[in-house]
Design a protein around this ligand. Structure first.
Ligand code: ATP
Length: 337
């Protein structure tokens, strides 16, 4: 029965893991790949078929081919970023996930409403620059991967630094949380109703993660160094066990609340992006409503999936397992959009 379907994804972000996981569950796999970027997908041998496109705009044109192949498309952040939410909503090829949740996730005001209702603690937002009374991080709308964010220590500092961003139209001023960054990976199964905690990672960001290599004296001597948050990679993390009950609570309440705002709610993989303070308060600054690249270190499973499964279980494989179960129990309509 599984053989009747194929698993497809855009060759970027977490595609290697998604395709490998699909293979492990017995699916044939398709990578839709930008011309010139085929090497890793060929070299690692995870794709049974590679469909090459000249630009991301051409993705919509390969849909008929995907439909003919009976493919199920697995979304990830690069697919959403390169196509845009409007195009993703127009996709006719079967899509794993709830497309309605994209709107809630991409609009910072709606996202905040959802997460606050779920009982998640979030950084304070300052409506006007005059209100800034503590260190803040300024996030421009449409900034990708933390590029172009800046930190200000007070209102005066903000007024000085914002002068460098004349072309920018909108931004949010968010309290800067000092603590340890921790990204929690979850999977919610609409078939079993269970929320699984699959792992954690921390990000390796340029240049903020290398500033500690330069002494404070030299940083002052080099005033052009401002922190930036451009993601370069992900590092595995295991959290203090006493934090786990709260992480489960947060994930479960996020799913519960999503069912009220956007039926049938959030399912499949998702990630809460948090900072843990010295008081061990977990502050969430963002949600990713799909697989995150922070799961990539766990192609062979994480310490948490090792506890639950007696076989290697990556997030990519967990997605394929859900699809396989849905096919076998004739519930595909519950997980496809
Ligand atoms: P992505 O969509 O890839 O998650 P993004 O552009 O939405 O990225 P954020 O995830 O909001 O950006 O933030 C990028 C980085 O900035 C974070 O990984 C973190 O290092 C830092 N950061 C964001 N918000 C805060 C905050 N409130 N306090 C401290 N650091 C923060």
């Amino acid at each position: 029965m599984v053989k009747a379907y194929k698993i497809a994804t855009l060759a970027s972000h977490s595609a290697l893991q998604i395709l490998k996981g699909a293979r492990q569950e017995g699916f044939e796999t398709i990578a839709i790949c930008l011309k010139g970027k085929e090497k890793p997908y060929k070299s690692f041998g995870v794709a049974d078929k590679i469909i090459t496109i000249d630009s991301y705009n051409d993705f919509m044109n390969v849909q008929d081919e995907l439909i003919k192949e009976n493919a199920i498309l697995i979304p990830h952040a690069s697919l959403i970023a390169y196509l845009g939410t409007d195009k993703v909503n127009e996709l006719k090829v079967p899509y794993f996930g709830n497309k309605g949740i994209l709107e809630w996730e991409s609009d910072r005001t709606m996202e905040r409403k959802w997460l606050v209702k779920a009982g998640l603690k979030m950084p304070k937002i300052f409506k006007k620059p005059e209100d800034i009374d503590r260190p803040v991080i300024i996030k421009f709308h449409g900034a990708l991967g933390g590029k172009g964010y800046f930190v200000a220590k007070d209102h005066k500092d903000f007024k000085e630094k914002i002068k460098n961003y004349k072309g920018e139209t909108g931004y949010v001023i968010q309290e800067y949380i000092v603590g340890v960054h921790c990204f929690a990976h979850y999977f919610h199964s609409p078939l079993t109703g269970e929320l699984e905690l699959l792992g954690f990672d921390k990000r390796y960001e340029s240049n903020v993660d290398s500033l500690g290599r330069i002494s404070a004296r030299d940083q002052i001597a080099l005033p052009t160094i401002d922190p930036s948050y451009v993601i370069v990679g992900n590092i595995p993390l295991v959290v203090r066990e006493s934090l786990l009950p709260e992480f489960f609570r947060m994930g479960e309440d996020t799913v519960k609340e999503s069912k009220k705002i956007c039926k049938p709610g959030l399912f499949g993989p998702f990630c809460l992006e948090t900072v843990i303070t010295p008081e061990t308060e977990i502050i969430t600054f963002e949600i990713s409503a799909r697989i995150v690249a922070g799961t990539n270190p766990y192609v062979d499973g994480s310490p948490y999936t090792a506890l639950k499964y007696d076989e290697p279980m990556s997030t990519g494989r967990r997605i394929a397992r859900e699809i396989k179960t849905a096919i076998k129990t004739k519930q595909l309509d519950k997980i496809l959009a």
